[in-house]
Design a protein around this ligand. Structure first.
Ligand code: ZN
Ligand code: ZN
Length: 259
């Protein structure tokens, strides 16, 4: 299994436009430059893209993403959906065949609203093509399985994902944009090699976990390694990494894990 963190930042990106002077962020440290949160997972050469934010095109170029076989949308907030038009290049690499897109029904409706021209079996012209599917409880793909769970995110619910590679049995948990991790999701995460969690900032927020909240979830899951994502500009990589326990870290854009 291979996991590439294409982006690790919150919805407005880091640094933000008109970065507040009161916020101490070392902009000379590249790990503090966070594009919108998204990962690319490879299981036995099956390439799964999770979410596509505004910098999706640049993320693909910087990380040398060569193909996408399946696309999973965790939820339809702009920082996760708005880059989907750039899937067009990957459609072309499949001779125009539509990319399967998996999500909750309400989020598939948002895809229909924003990209009506892309809802087709075969790409036409320079447009992308999406074949929409409700995300099943267990998505069986050629390289392994992806299990879904539902996580609370303010007034929304998002897909929590657990990837399990066929053969190696390697397990990745991806719980982002969530205020908490309910018991069923905790159970699904048991025995994970990698746990990726939402950790917005030190202060509490109504729809995201704070660093302390994410740390207590990490302790309970106690996976092989835990990586935090979706951090805002109040989190300085070097300064705040120093206070994290062993086995837990802030992921950064371009980080790649091979299991
Ligand atoms: Zn988000
Ligand atoms: Zn969100």
């Amino acid at each position: 299994m291979e996991v590439t963190f294409l982006g690790t930042g919150t919805s407005e990106g880091v640094p933000t436009i008109l970065q507040p002077e009161s916020v101490q962020l070392d902009v000379h440290n590249k790990k503090n430059w966070r594009t919108r949160t998204s990962i690319h997972v490879v299981m036995n050469d099956h390439h799964i893209q999770v979410d596509a934010g505004p910098e999706f095109r640049l993320q693909c170029i910087h990380n040398d993403i060569k193909k996408i076989d399946s696309f999973i949308l965790t939820h339809s907030h702009s920082d996760h959906i708005i880059g989907m038009d750039d899937l067009r290049r990957f459609c072309r690499m499949r001779n125009g065949e539509a990319i399967p897109v998996y999500s909750q029904e309400c989020d598939l409706n948002r895809v229909r609203d924003i990209f009506p021209y892309a809802i087709r079996d075969k790409a036409e012209g320079n447009y992308p093509a999406f074949k929409l599917h409700p995300m099943p409880d267990c998505l069986v793909l050629p390289g392994g399985k992806v299990y879904k769970t539902i996580l609370p995110h303010g007034n929304f619910f998002v897909l929590g994902l657990v990837f399990e590679e066929e053969g190696s049995g390697k397990k990745l948990v991806y719980y982002i944009d969530c205020k908490s991790v309910p018991i069923p999701a905790m159970k699904m995460a048991t025995g994970a090699d990698i746990v990726v969690l939402d950790a917005l900032r030190h202060r509490e927020h109504f729809s995201h976990m704070s660093i302390d909240e994410a740390l207590s979830v990490a302790r309970e899951i106690s996976g092989g390694q835990t990586w935090f994502v979706h951090m805002c500009c109040e989190v300085d990589h070097e300064r705040d990494s120093a206070s994290l326990p062993e086995g837990v870290g802030f992921a950064w854009d371009g980080m790649r894990l091979v299991l």
